[in-house]
Design a binder for this molecule. Sequence first.
Ligand code: GTP
Ligand code: MG
Ligand code: ZN
Length: 308
Amino acid sequence: MAEILEARAKIISCVGGKYTVAFPSCEGGRTVGNLAAKGAFRHERIKPLPGDDVILRDDGTGYFITGICGRKNSLIRPPLANLDVLYIVTSCRTPAPVPGFADKITVICEKNNISPVIIVTKSELDPDLADRITSVYRACGYKAFSTSVEKSDGVDALREFIDGKRGTVSAFCGASGVGKSTLMNALFPELPFRCEVGDVSRRIERGKNTTRTVMLYRTAPDTYVADTPGFSMLDFERFDLCDKDELPYMFPEFSRYLCRCKYTKCSHTKEDGCLIREAVSRGEIPESRYASYLSLYEDVKNKKEWEK
Ligand SMILES: Nc1nc2c(ncn2[C@@H]2O[C@H](COP(=O)(O)OP(=O)(O)OP(=O)(O)O)[C@@H](O)[C@H]2O)c(=O)[nH]1
Ligand SMILES: [Mg+2]
Ligand SMILES: [Zn+2]
């Protein structure tokens, strides 16, 4: 009987039900593609995702995936597991930022224990707007970078930050056409790959969904950065955000005011004596973030009522 070998590796991409995995750097780090998934976990309706650490078996005919190791977290969009850092990429023009989009992603990050980092791209097209966006997120305690690949601006500072994240899994996400793949290419010129870069339609100011699949790239030993396909606000429908009672805790800039409102069950939407509303009117909480809170509150409130 053939000897059955077991190994552990990380999924770096999945196309049409076939997986590519990378072995740990200490074992040489080679990648193997075209693997299938078979095994009991498939009946539990868990689908292996890029970022998953998996158990492989070789029964003599080649490796296949037989199990998924415990996950730190997993996201539907972008479809990834075990993320440590999510770079939320937004361009200051072509396409213009969509209000609330980045905030929805920061909430998803907070809920899933992922550090969100804001990256504004194409800053040369509107430097003032790029500064305004980064200051909003810095005021909330987040890291935020303004970049222009066109002018080679801010790319080195971002690379330095990413270099400090050894041993992590991170991903670039955002709308199509904001320049995620362009930025990947500028950040990691020494890697033996180029991410495909597309156009932005001038007429509708929308990207052309150039990147089609999630792909994890090894940028340092056991350090992975993913380029992901662009998505839009519509793709968030049915996304399980969080309960309405949890929502205020997903905004770190609210934390110092929470639990001290006049009403113990304050929803922070319209009540008198609400410290969050007062902080917004004093300019201590950015108005755009509070607007996102109100809009997300309506979403999660309606969803739960509809589900009852
Ligand atoms: N003006 C300007 N254009 C840029 C900059 N960075 C990227 N672009 C352009 O933005 C367009 C889209 O770039 P991509 O990198 O393909 O965008 P993406 O976010 O990967 O898009 P998807 O793969 O469709 O999700 C291309 O025409 C790039 O040349 C920049 O710093 N300034
Ligand atoms: Mg792309
Ligand atoms: Zn309140």
